[in-house]
Write a protein that binds this ligand. Sequence first.
Ligand SMILES: [Zn+2]
Ligand SMILES: [Zn+2]
Length: 238
Amino acid sequence: MGLGINAVIDFMYPPRCALCGRYGGDEEGICPDCLSQIHYIGSPLCIRCGKPFSHECATDHLCGECLTGKRYFTTARAVGLYNGLFRKTLHRFKYQWKHCLATPLGALMATRMESFFSDAAYACVVPVPLHPRRLRKRGFNQALVLARMLSRTYHIPLDKNNLVRTRWTQSQVGLSERERKANVRGAFAVLQSARIAERTILLLDDIYTSGSTVEECSKVLINAGARKVDVLTLARAA
Ligand SMILES: [Zn+2]
Ligand SMILES: [Zn+2]
């Protein structure tokens, strides 16, 4: 008898919440206090792009943008609104590479995924790629980290080198919607179309802001022969 090794480890290193740093994180590594601060996105929302509507709208429907414009992805969904503590957390994850955040954020995404996509039988998970120069500077691709976790949880093959950035783009931060679209236009390519031909793909990114990045990636994947592209992000601008 005696204490199990996990109990000893917990005693020596009590689990801390990966978001606020206080002791008492649950098995996902985020404490209940922090979890309750995330504004989870649910109905009513745009059935296509996942844009949340005010609660005066009774049902899900298409937003004006999806009604009038062409969309290459079928469904885009995000776990929570990009604000408050969640925004701060994602910022730290992306720019300061807080490795301890990868597991709880990936788990959060994996937990919510089933409620978003009824048919989650994807042929592969594809992360939005970084330009090699940005990857060298940042040291990791946050979308790839999340995609890898999802791939493991759901046993969906990870296709990480097929969708690539073919040219350098400036950061989308601070750009208008029109500028964002122009900034990413023609910035991506599929190296081996045969690997995605007729496949359903789950495209992964950390944040959906104007949607121009995931839309451009979806366009490239569809034009390369993919049958369907769904998009999953951790956060979304309202
Ligand atoms: Zn916390
Ligand atoms: Zn929409």
